[in-house]
Write a protein that binds this ligand. Structure first.
Ligand SMILES: C[S@@+](CC[C@H](N)C(=O)[O-])C[C@H]1O[C@@H](n2cnc3c(N)ncnc32)[C@H](O)[C@@H]1O
Length: 214
């Protein structure tokens, strides 16, 4: 399974989580109340716990034991923790690990961490497990040259392989290109300008549903 990084767990909760408030708020606003939600790459569980107050159930899945430990601690101390379950699992195998069908599958700042083949496979599995997807990730278009350099330095600090995945994700057009390639219809798009995150709510393409050629 893809292992833990040095910044996972408490470091992520302390230094990254607070900067993602707006991104998470935008995601939460796209989730209909009383939904069943699957969150892939759920990290410290901050979004899952935020969603727990207004959703029927939330399943968070993450490959990092450190992240799962921090998320479990948050879940146990939360008044709606009973609605949340965290799974320590590789998203590449989630169609075999996760039971049931969901209203929404969410991936927040997760897809850019994967290599291309895994990214496409994970997206396909998310599509098979949920009616709608909410995808939030670094916006390929919004960053100027200097911003991208600064962001690149941060991504490099996360490791060379992580940096390569991030750079390729942006070169290939980021979230918008991924969504288009997967034939998803975009229902809503928002931008967290502070963190540079694009948030898109999608559903399977209507033309695809009707079986027209793509
Ligand atoms: C950049 S963090 C994002 C965490 C959280 N979604 C957020 O918005 O803050 C990426 C997360 O994806 C998880 N991850 C990476 N590869 C994974 C995989 N193959 N399966 C499941 N989780 C994975 C990492 O452990 C990490 O928690």
């Amino acid at each position: 399974m893809h292992g833990a990084h040095w910044y996972h767990g408490r470091i992520y909760r302390r230094y990254i989580d607070p900067r993602l408030d707006r991104t998470r708020q935008l995601i939460a606003e796209m989730v209909q109340p009383d939904s069943c939600v699957l969150e892939v790459g759920s990290g410290t569980g901050a979004l899952a716990m935020q969603l727990a107050s207004r959703c029927r159930s939330v399943v968070g899945l993450d490959a990092s034991a450190k992240m799962i430990r921090v998320a479990e601690r948050a879940r146990r101390g939360h008044p709606h923790g009973g609605r949340v379950q965290f799974l320590h699992a590789d998203a590449a195998r989630m169609d075999r690990m996760v039971r049931g069908h969901f209203d929404f599958a969410v991936a927040s700042l997760f897809l850019h961490t994967l290599d291309e083949a895994r990214r496409r496979s994970v997206l396909r599995q998310m599509q098979s497990l949920a009616d709608r997807l909410i995808l939030a990730d670094v916006d390929a278009a919004a960053q100027t040259g200097t911003e991208r350099l600064a962001r690149g330095a941060v991504e490099l600090a996360a490791g060379l392989q992580h940096f390569r995945h991030w750079a390729l994700f942006l070169r290939q057009g980021g979230l918008r290109a991924l969504v288009e390639h997967a034939h998803l219809d975009v229902e809503r798009t928002e931008l967290d300008e502070r963190f540079g995150t694009l948030v898109m709510r999608t559903r399977p393409s209507r033309s695809k549903e009707k079986g027209s050629p793509s």
